[in-house]
Write a protein that binds this ligand. Structure first.
Ligand code: DGL
Length: 265
């Protein structure tokens, strides 16, 4: 089936998932939409996040996508179940894949989750982890300063190092062995996060596991592209297309030729 896969996020963070989908499924075409204009979603009330997310979904659905990835934890926590129940195509979120990856790797079942205020308040990770294994001890921490660092392209700065070290300080006193990056923006800060956490803590970002789930679902629903082609990915943003241009050329191994600024109602 040669229809594209739709991927949405509040901004650039979902590109960490898109990159993994494109790596694992090199023949599939991706339509990516980042609502940069209204980012961050994390501090917003859930009904606002819901309405913005449904806006994005409508936009991509009209472009005839065959599967949707909600590559934003905050949006996943707000609308995943509802969208899965109403959209007639497979819909994948990032929370369950992230939880599964953490459970695969933890040895002592001591897991911490960092995310936006919305994701942490929703307790969606604790629920996803406990649904699979109720013996897990889950520690949660909201990190509201991290998304602006990423959206402003400040991930390699001294400011980023200071902010990350300060915010993660409470995790030092916990004896966790696994840390879930429960926001798709955070993998872009992972060199600093890893340095702070040290070698005894495994860092989980849901991109790899989410892409695996996409691959499995495409296969089982007979939606995989089986021909031979170089896909033409299309990236849309409600914010600056120059910024998307710069970031995609830094983060992807291939040129994204189509980057377009759009308006969402
Ligand atoms: N990247 C998003 C997430 O995974 C949200 C960041 C934001 O808009 O606050 O939660």
């Amino acid at each position: 089936m040669n229809r594209p896969i739709g991927i949405i996020d509040s901004g650039v963070g979902g590109m960490t998932v898109a990159r993994e989908v494109m790596r694992q499924l090199p023949k599939e075409e991706v339509l990516y939409l980042g609502d940069t204009l209204r980012c961050p979603y994390g501090p917003r009330p859930f009904d606002e996040v819901r309405s913005y997310t449904l806006n994005m979904i409508r936009y991509l659905y009209e472009k005839d996508i065959k599967l949707l990835v909600i590559a934003c934890n905050t949006a996943t926590a707000a609308v995943l179940k509802e969208v899965q129940a109403t959209l007639p195509i497979p819909v994948v979120g990032v929370i369950h894949p992230g939880a599964r990856a953490a459970l695969k790797i933890t040895k002592r079942r001591e897991i911490a989750v960092i995310g936006t205020e919305g994701t942490i308040q929703s307790q969606a990770y604790a629920q996803a982890l406990h649904n699979i294994d109720e013996r897990v001890n889950v520690h949660s921490l909201a990190c509201p300063e991290f998304v602006p660092l990423v959206e402003n392209g400040a991930v390699n700065t001294h400011e980023a190092l200071q902010v990350v070290y300060e915010r993660l300080a409470p995790l030092r006193d916990l004896s966790i062995d696994t840390l879930i990056l429960g926001c798709t923006h955070y993998p872009l800060l992972s060199p600093i996060i890893k340095k702070f956490m040290g070698n005894n803590v495994s860092i989980i970002s849901s991109g790899t596991e989410t892409a695996r789930e996409v691959s499995t679902l495409l296969h089982y629903s007979n939606r995989s592209y089986t021909g031979d082609r170089t896909p033409r990915h299309r990236f849309y943003t409600t914010g600056s297309s120059e910024m998307f241009n710069r970031l995609t050329s830094e983060w992807f191994n291939q040129d994204i030729e189509h980057i377009e600024h759009i308006h969402l109602d």
